[in-house]
Design a protein around this ligand. Structure first.
Ligand SMILES: NC(=O)c1ccc[n+]([C@@H]2O[C@H](COP(=O)([O-])OP(=O)(O)OC[C@H]3O[C@@H](n4cnc5c(N)ncnc54)[C@H](O)[C@@H]3O)[C@@H](O)[C@H]2O)c1
Ligand SMILES: O=C(O)C[C@H](O)C(=O)O
Length: 383
């Protein structure tokens, strides 16, 4: 038998190359030819904002995920370097880089899961809502790309303010006629990770054995940990409840202040996003019993979006789970959370409809949504 020389190997590989047009690559980034079709079975995942503080470690963690066969890294800067770097990891996923708006469509075409950590982070003294003016437009344009190129993809939205960017994304998809509420998930996993960590510290147990549901939204008082529903069941003193609630709600600010102008949580966020992305992929594969907290379209309260536990399935958030029994402290927290959330949701909707509906119509729009919601609930209850 002839030895398998380099030229034979290249010819053999070339014979297997896909005849279909390849996505545009930025200069200097060459996929290994034998894996040009994304050889391994698995899911195609895109990270938008892949060169950022979250994007880089998140890309690394998704490259480690055995359920990922193709990993597309998109950003408006620096993707050639990040792609070259991550692509040398000897794990299954084929990595391709895409740079700038001209390559957004190629980055998104055929994707099963799109994770979006693109946008500005906070500096000390800012609220998440202070990011709205910059990040709303970024999320809108990226979601327009999703609607056009991979309308059936599940979207994990990280960019802040999540309480408003998820409603913006929903409006983009509605306008494009591709909206499926099950496929749009705001990532609140970091709140759960923090809650698990801080509760485990108080209880003196391993955080991996703790599960704290965190509901509401992802900013200040809208982050509502349900300490009465902690697993394993346990009780806290009033002082512990006050300390834990404040620390969990303030977790993001704690990191922003510690980083002193160098950004917000990136490493813990990449960890949380990779965990949530993995849960979505396992559910898409058909695993049963995958339950995570997420900020989604919801009928659990009178608000159109709310974070609770959701059961993930092949189609995304297949079931939005109820809040469960709340104590007086949590009921009071829920009222505060809803008040702030309502404003943030409306701000997102207004941003998308600002050309067609005057700003002064916000209350009317919200009331319409609430009336529709009530009708829906009444209908459900009458069955
Ligand atoms: N949901 C959460 O729990 C959570 C946690 C932490 C941070 N965040 C948010 O995530 C976002 C990113 O944070 P970061 O620390 O990674 O910021 P970063 O500035 O380090 O990275 C953001 C990246 O987005 C890129 N980007 C900007 N505009 C883009 C566009 N139009 N298309 C594609 N990419 C674009 C930038 O080039 C940059 O690489 C911020 O809005 C932050 O507030 C959310
Ligand atoms: O706090 C921030 O601005 C980033 C993020 O939302 C977080 O919770 O860490």
């Amino acid at each position: 038998m002839q030895p398998d020389s380099a030229s034979h190997r290249i010819a053999r590989v070339a014979a297997h190359l896909s005849p279909s047009p390849r996505p545009q690559m930025e200069e200097g980034v060459r996929p290994a030819p034998c894996r040009a079709k994304g050889g391994a079975p698995g899911f195609k995942v895109a990270v938008l904002g892949a060169a950022g503080g979250i994007g880089q470690p998140l890309s690394l963690l998704m490259k480690l995920n055995p359920l990922v066969s193709v990993l597309h890294l998109y950003d408006v800067v620096n993707t050639p370097g990040v792609t070259a770097d991550v692509s040398h990891m000897d794990t299954t996923a084929v990595v391709r880089g895409f740079l700038g708006p001209n390559q957004l469509e190629a980055a998104l075409t055929g994707m099963d899961l799109v994770i979006i950590p693109a946008g500005l982070p906070r500096k000390p003294g800012m609220t998440r809502d202070d990011l709205f003016n910059k990040n709303a437009g970024i999320v809108r344009s990226l979601c327009e790309g999703v609607a056009k190129c991979c309308p059936n993809a599940i979207v994990n939205l990280i960019s802040n303010p999540v309480n408003s960017t998820v409603p913006i994304a929903a409006e983009v998809f509605k306008k494009a006629g591709t909206y499926d509420p099950k496929r749009l998930l705001g990532v609140t996993t970091l709140d759960v990770a923090r809650a698990n960590t801080f509760v485990a510290e108080v209880l003196g147990i391993d955080p991996k054995d703790v599960n704290v549901p965190v509901v509401g939204g992802h900013a200040g008082v809208t982050i509502l940990p349900l300490l009465s529903q902690v697993h394993p069941p346990c009780s806290f003193t009033p002082d512990e409840i006050s300390y834990l609630t404040k620390r969990i709600q303030n977790g993001g600010t704690e990191v922003v202040e510690a980083k002193a102008g160098a950004g917000s949580a990136t490493l813990s966020m990449a960890f949380a996003a990779a965990k949530f992305g993995d849960a979505c992929l396992r559910a898409m594969r058909g695993d049963a019993g995958v339950v995570e907290c997420s900020y989604v379209a919801s009928a659990v309260t009178e608000l159109p979006f709310f974070a609770t536990k959701v059961r993930l399935g092949r189609a995304g958030a297949e079931e939005v789970l109820p809040l469960g029994p709340l104590n007086d402290f949590e009921r009071a927290g829920l009222e505060m959370a809803k008040k702030e959330l309502m404003e943030s949701i409306q701000k997102g909707i207004d941003f998308m409809n600002k050309d067609s509906a005057p700003h002064g119509d916000r209350v009317q729009t919200l009331m319409k949504i609430q009336i529709e919601k009530q009708k829906h609930l009444l209908l459900q209850n009458s069955w």
